[in-house]
Ligand binder design. Structure first.
Ligand code: UDP
Length: 335
């Protein structure tokens, strides 16, 4: 099979590409390197069946050609990360809404299967735990920038499901919950890479708010496994499916565990949200996925324990630092 992955040089995209190439599929990556990087896919250069295009999904002609050549389109290109969203709301909304619209339009001509990535952010401030795919979405006011991400992804979902209902375009919507692992950067505010690099530097670990808010962290390998099983299953078509781990941890405890597993002397510091993000910033107190639907469709549930995930991320950062010290200054481009 031939897969087109938009946002393929990003964190999740690069892991998905690796998995598909390893099982013998052909993979074309389309990425404008806005948040993805060549570093993420450098290790894939030995795969003959990899091709990549460093361009935007807004290049309509290229997108149409790539979609026509593919059997399945996995649409991961999006503006992600709370910091990026708060700082660049126009880009977030435009990238997320226009990009998905272009992908669906291109795919609908020849009815190519589109797997489109959404996010647990769409559940917003709901307190109806765990979050089920058919639960109500509870978003904050439009004056608070954070919610633009959830609203833009919710619109993507509506659009994808409408293409399925009205034009019979096969689509699958996946809602990712806090996905973490090697190659995720802390640059856009994600908590685990931030905590691990702070701990390894013995710098203060920055807990935003009270630290009592909690999340469930899913190893990217599990996310990819769930994603592949969903797209290999006809019964997933037209469905919205959560992919996440159900092991819950408070951010304060996460900081403590990271510190301990890194053998770090970092102190834990608490930073008010308005300082970390912007005045009036609203956070979610909890976020827990219901993964019954994923399990019933795929017989799979993410199970990697948090400590194992932290250790993998820590090893990645250690290796990255070691290689940065030994690498010559000039890099080489891959094919
Ligand atoms: N967070 C934190 N310190 C950081 C980065 C994030 O305490 O350096 C908090 C953030 O406020 C949120 C949680 O960690 O409560 C998860 O943040 P992330 O951006 O990784 O994902 P989110 O769940 O907000 O999408």
């Amino acid at each position: 099979m031939r897969y087109l992955i938009t946002g393929g040089a990003g964190f999740v995209g690069s892991h998905l590409a690796e998995r598909l190439l390893t099982r013998g599929d052909s993979v074309v990556l389309l990425d404008n390197l806005s948040t993805g990087s060549m570093e993420n896919i450098r290790h894939l250069k030995s795969f003959e069946k990899l091709q990549y295009q460093l361009d935007s999904i807004e290049n309509k002609q290229l997108l149409t050609e790539l979609v026509d050549d593919a059997d399945v389109v996995i649409h991961l290109a999006a503006a992600v990360g709370v910091r990026l969203i708060v700082e660049s709301p126009v880009r977030t909304i435009e990238t997320n809404v226009n990009g998905t619209q272009l992908v669906l339009e291109a795919a609908s001509k020849k009815r190519k299967l589109v797997v489109t990535a959404s996010t647990s952010e769409v559940y917003g401030k709901s307190t109806n735990f765990p979050f089920r795919e058919d639960s109500d979405l509870v978003l904050g006011p439009t004056t608070k920038g954070r919610w633009s991400y959830a609203a833009s992804k919710a619109l993507d979902e509506f659009l994808a499901l409408s293409y399925w209902k009205e034009k019979k375009l096969p689509v699958i919507v996946v809602r990712f919950f806090n996905t973490v692992g090697p190659r995720q950067t802390g640059r856009y505010g994600m908590v685990l890479p931030n905590f691990v690099s702070q701990a390894l530097d013995n710098q203060p670990i920055t807990i935003y708010g009270s630290g009592k808010q909690s999340r469930c962290f899913c190893d990217v390998r599990d996310t990819v496994e769930g994603l592949i099983r969903l797209m290999d299953n006809e019964r997933s078509i037209g469905e919205v499916v959560n992919i996440g781990n159900t092991e819950e941890v408070s951010i304060e405890d996460l900081a403590r565990i990271v510190k301990q597993r890194c053998g770090s002397s970092s102190e834990l510091v608490y930073i008010p949200y308005e300082q970390a993000y912007e005045p009036g910033f609203e956070d979610m107190a909890r976020r827990i996925p219901c993964i019954e639907k994923l399990e019933s469709l795929t017989s799979f549930r993410p199970r990697t324990p948090l400590t194992e995930i932290i250790d993998r991320v820590t090893s990645y950062f250690r290796e990255k630092r070691a290689s940065a010290q030994t690498r010559p200054v000039t890099g080489s481009a891959i094919r």
